[in-house]
Design a protein around this ligand. Sequence first.
Ligand code: G3P
Ligand code: CA
Length: 289
Amino acid sequence: MHARAVAATTTALLGTAALLSPVPAARAGDTGEPTVLAHRGASAYAPENTLAAIDKAAALGFTWVENDVQRTKDGTLVVVHDDSLQRTTDVEQVFPGRAPWKVKDFTAAEIARLDAGSWFSRSYTGTRLPTLAQYMREVEHNHEKLLLEIKNPQLYPGIEQQILAQLDNEGWLDRRHLDRLVVQSFSADSLRAVHRLRPAVTTGYLGTPATGTLRRYAGFADLINPSVGSISAGYVHAVHSVDGPHGRPLRVFTWTVDDAVTAWKAVGYDVDGVISDKPDVVRAALRAG
Ligand code: G3P
Ligand code: CA
């Protein structure tokens, strides 16, 4: 891996494409350990996809946070995982006649009334479901880096362009921020759109494409981000063997790794990043292992 990182750095220094698109360092300080990313924020310890969850990640010492972005009925980008508000808010109580409580059927003002914390713990009562604008400001305030997932893009036509425009407005598409941002999706079409609209943005495909198809994904994705149960050392090696759209080897951030044994397994596979609800548990395992 070290040799691969050195080769990648050399390519980054020489390649025009690389100069246009700074790809985030896979391993801080080139320690040989994978980057640990806080999944939906530090979501084992604070309500997922809230400002509290990314504050908790920062408090634990983690720089990278992952989130999920969708869109309200009136066109506001919001940070929430499920396509329904039912599981992670009190929407059933506040709007009892509106089943199945889809995100796309509620306005931003209605969503702003919801409690997105008490389902998790009473101590988080009153926590709000953030807009992407509010979330980005907190990421900036915390000096964090963002793995932004476009969730359910098939429900939100044009969401790629809208997300990129908002990131641009928030100053997140300048050179200083591009190495702090990865946009990922389970949808290849959505990622293709992101790459076409803003080729400098680093992108990650969520899934485990067959090794024979990796070159196709490498046309628009810098990372392949598979579930940890779906991969092997051989698979990760195959991904690393293919160059991505910015002329550097594809990288792998795997999910969701919440215990020491699985963390060690992921390290054995030579992944570049580990996405975890319990990033502190993964960090402790990496230090011990
Ligand atoms: O970042 C990987 C992971 O977030 C993908 O699964 O369902 O938690 O969004 P999910
Ligand atoms: Ca996600």
